[in-house]
Write a protein that binds this ligand. Sequence first.
Ligand SMILES: C[S@@+](CC[C@H](N)C(=O)[O-])C[C@H]1O[C@@H](n2cnc3c(N)ncnc32)[C@H](O)[C@@H]1O
Length: 358
Amino acid sequence: MPPGICPWDPTIQSLRTPACASPEMIRRLVQPLPTQWKGPEQCVNGTCVFSNAVQNGGISLITSPQYAHIIQSFDFDVDASAYPPPYYTETIDGKGIGLRANRSIGKGEVLMVRVPTLVAQTEPLVELEVRDRRDAFMGQMGRDIHDKINTNAFEIFVHGADEKGTRHLGAYPDVAKFNHDCRPNVHYRIAETTMTVVAARDILEGEELTISYVDIFLPSKKRKERIRSWGFECACALCQGPKNETIVSDKRLRRIEQLKNDLNDFREMRVTAETGAEYAALHEAEGLHAHLGSAYTRAALNFALFGDEERSREYALKAAEELAIEKGPGSADAQAMRGLAENPKAHWTWGKRRMLEK
Ligand SMILES: C[S@@+](CC[C@H](N)C(=O)[O-])C[C@H]1O[C@@H](n2cnc3c(N)ncnc32)[C@H](O)[C@@H]1O
């Protein structure tokens, strides 16, 4: 075994970060790559091509020089993926190629950390209305590039989600191997342009690893429609399963929506201290693993609003644990829930809803 690479030890169940450093990661730590950006080149309407052949096997940007400057300041020299990969590629019935776990994977385990091979700002691509011209411009990236982006890209906001003109699409070829499931077992998050893919629940050896391509709170019919608009019929277990399961699932989703509205409405007198717990339990029952963080957060806040210290703390701790997986251990949301767990009575919500009852 090469020095510095630890062997995979399946008995270390609590280990959430990658079990071992890949040889590539060790090489980068020892010998960081020089930054070698080229561009702007081939500008059309202020949108140009920038490329870096060295970083991570090559990255191209199609954006304005302003955003290229921001993106180039990001750290592309990252590789903290699980090593050896706990999955393999296989043809999956009715879905084409997909990824399958080659061992049991613990919830929260980091499966992949990837930087994009291509980042393209969306507005200019839409604005390049003359199709031939747009295709010629995009063709610089290779054949069928437009279709490849459309089917395999992920949304990235380069400079804050709310700022106009900052929406980009990023292509992550490895991540594009995950097939869709309406109840996925894998969650991804993007910080700067780096994508971290995490197990959203414990996964058994042999299970397919899946993400969701659509909003999983949508009712079954709408989810299927959205998937159809991606150009395929959904073959996931819930979509292909018995009709009564879909009916039960849709009923739960409606109840989740109702409770969410009630919890958000301070005039709604149906809400009790337990409403948040019911809301969270429905997420668990429905298998919405990558959304438990916000569900537990609502429950924790609702218990605080009703002045129940013990239950508020209990749910805040659960929320912090889930949010560390969903948004990252240092995320503001996870920290806020740690703060609530520390002292629910000091939180601004404390007793507010109970007082309204009187
Ligand atoms: C991003 S790619 C995923 C990898 C793909 N299976 C492959 O062979 O390269 C998306 C494509 O995978 C297939 N796919 C993904 N999830 C599916 C699902 N739940 N049911 C049926 N096909 C699916 C569809 O053909 C879809 O256009």
